[in-house]
Every structure is written in structure tokens, then in C-alpha cells.
Design a protein around this ligand. Structure first.
Ligand SMILES: Nc1nc2c(ncn2[C@@H]2O[C@H](COP(=O)(O)OP(=O)(O)OP(=O)(O)O)[C@@H](O)[C@H]2O)c(=O)[nH]1
Length: 226
């Protein structure tokens, strides 16, 4: 189930310089943030599986003290190991993606140098609260992932992630009947909070899986390379 694809190209604004020092175009950088356990890593894994044959991809993960998200992606072999880098933030992940972005920028640039040229780098934030947003100096577009089990009032309560992310993903729709979440209400509240900005409802347990988000990512890349 998805909603409001009337503006598939909303997003991808040029934040940092679009070129590498040698003059070639750098990869499009897409950030994924959201609360703990909403499905960020699972979405990154599914995007890699869907897009890896057609695009040159890499992933940067952020965890506070561990490399768990990167280890999951390595174990699942969603990409060759040299294309996955873990940043240990040692503090709130949102500091590393919003305030002191140097470690993430270095990780992205190292990946481009070592395995490039790359089409897309996915930068996953460690699970954080609803205020976690990425610096425009780090990513060109951001996806905010919430899930239906976290409470169907999250779109209404908002927060910068929900209201300003280029794409809002409401994940785990398969669980809605079990946790009593009202998807219609979530959709209406998301519309109120976001206006014309896109929202995708997905279940990674369904056959459609990450298809809609992958379409959005392809549209961002098309706009970036145009
Ligand atoms: N039922 C269901 N479970 C899901 C779905 N997506 C992810 N999960 C499960 O939810 C759990 C958390 O998913 P993760 O991808 O690790 O979540 P995360 O946002 O990366 O978590 P942190 O990195 O700890 O913040 C895992 O057990 C996933 O398998 C979904 O669409 N439906």
C-alpha cells in the first residue's frame, strides 16, 4: 500500500558539493533515520538486494558503541564487505549525522575512493528519537522510517523526522491488526503533517517489500544525475 506519489522527485537537493576533487560526479547520499527498531537496517538490506544488480551501492552505518547494523548487513551479504562501513558514534547517533558529521563524511569519501565510482551511498543512523535528522552537508535526501508498532499517533505528534524528511516510510504494516494501529488515521495524520511530501506504507514481510521505496530512490538518482 502506498500513498501520494504525486511528487516523486521531491527531495534530492544538492547539499554539499556534487563533485569529487577529480571533477567526477560523486554518489547520491541518502540518509535513513528513525526510532529504534523501526526497520532501518531491514530497509537498507532490502534496498541493497533490489538495486545492487543495476547500481553501484555502498552503505555507512552508525551505532553508538557497536557495529551491529554493519555486522547484520555483512552476515546477510547484501553487498560485498568492502562496500559496508561502520561508524561508531560513541554518543547520540543524531550528533554524528547532524552536528559533527566529520566521521560520516570521511567514511563516505573513503568508500568512494576505495570502491568507487558509486551511484548511491546509503547512510543509516542508529535508532534515535523523532528529532533525528541529517545535516544537508552529509546527505542529499533523507528517509525517515517509523513503524506501526511504535504507535499510530506518531505521524500526528510529528517531530522534525516525520515532518521534514524527503520520504516518510511507515513500516511493518503487517503488524497493524495485532497492535491495533489504524493505518487510515496514520495516513491522514501524515498528510496533515507533510502536505504533498511522499509517504510510503510498507511491510518488508510482504511480497511487494521495499519496491515503492526503491522506486523513490531511483527517482532521486535520476534527478541527481540529470
Ligand atoms: N513484522 C515485520 N517485522 C519487520 C519489518 N521490518 C523489519 N522488521 C523486524 O523488526 C526488527 C527491527 O528491524 P531493524 O531493521 O533491525 O530496525 P532498525 O530500525 O535498524 O533498528 P536499530 O538499528 O536498532 O534502531 C527486526 O527483527 C526486523 O526483522 C516488517 O515490515 N514487518
Amino acid at each position: 500500500m502506498h500513498l501520494d506519489h504525486s511528487h516523486p522527485h521531491a527531495g534530492a537537493t544538492v547539499g554539499a558539493d556534487a563533485h569529487r576533487p577529480d571533477g567526477t560526479r560523486r554518489a547520491l547520499r541518502i540518509g535513513l533515520g528513525g526510532p529504534v527498531g523501526s526497520g532501518k537496517t531491514a530497509t537498507v538490506a532490502a534496498l541493497c538486494r533490489t538495486l545492487r544488480e543495476e547500481l553501484s551501492l555502498a552503505v555507512v552505518t552508525n551505532d553508538i558503541y557497536t557495529r551491529e547494523d554493519a555486522e547484520f548487513l555483512l552476515r546477510e551479504a547484501v553487498l560485498p564487505p568492502e562496500r559496508i562501513t561502520a561508524v561508531e558514534t560513541g554518543a547520540c547517533p543524531h550528533t554524528a549525522i547532524r552536528d559533527d558529521i566529520s566521521a560520516n563524511l570521511e567514511a563516505v569519501e573513503d568508500l568512494e575512493d576505495e570502491v568507487g565510482p558509486l551511484d548511491i551511498v546509503l547512510v543509516e543512523s542508529g535508532g534515535d528519537n523523532l528529532t533525528a535528522t541529517f545535516s544537508k552537508g552529509l546527505v542529499d535526501a533523507q528517509i525517515f522510517v517509523i513503524d506501526v508498532a511504535g504507535g499510530d499517533d506518531i505521524p500526528r505528534k510529528g517531530g522534525p523526522g516525520v515532518t521534514t524528511a524527503d520520504l516518510l516510510v511507515v513500516n511493518k504494516t503487517d503488524l497493524a491488526p495485532y497492535v491495533g494501529s489504524d493505518l487510515g488515521r496514520m495516513a491522514a495524520d501524515a498528510k496533515t503533517a507533510r502536505g504533498e511530501m511522499p509517504v510510503v506504507f510498507q511491510s518488508l514481510r510482504s511480497e511487494a517489500g521495499v519496491t515503492e521505496v526503491a522506486l523513490w530512490v531511483r527517482a532521486q538518482l535520476a534527478a541527481w544525475t540529470a
